[in-house]
Design a protein around this ligand. Sequence first.
Ligand SMILES: [Mg+2]
Length: 157
Amino acid sequence: MSILKPDLIVTSISSINLKAYWESGKRGIILDLDNTIIPWHIAELNNEAHLFLKEAVALKYKICLLTNAGYKRTETIAEKYAISYIAAALKPRKGAFLKALKKMNLQKEEVLVIGDQIFTDILGGNRVGCYTILVPPLSSREFIGTKFLRLLESFVK
Ligand SMILES: [Mg+2]
């Protein structure tokens, strides 16, 4: 089952220490799209994901969006941040991840794989031997936020 185990689990994408990974030799990020940096069917990044991408770009990470989703939204975001992408990727197939490594011209040891799904992002990343980071899906983060808000509301009623 270790093939399904992320190397790191974080509570939010902003708690990933990009600078420390850069200093330890990481140079690239394979990044999931839906529910990792944007909610489903939305083409706008929230502020947290925006700052994360900005920092990664500023640190000179090579970034490849790797998504099973279609091209249109993926391309829009990739163009905005001047990063590469592979859409309709058929994760967790190894081929998708190897293609991303090739696109970035990096070795597996130099690359972080970040995503919200064990059976696509983490499994695929582990298969090719990258360092894998699991983030909770944005939709559940929002769900938790909503629940918390309701709880607060019930107190002030
Ligand atoms: Mg996802």
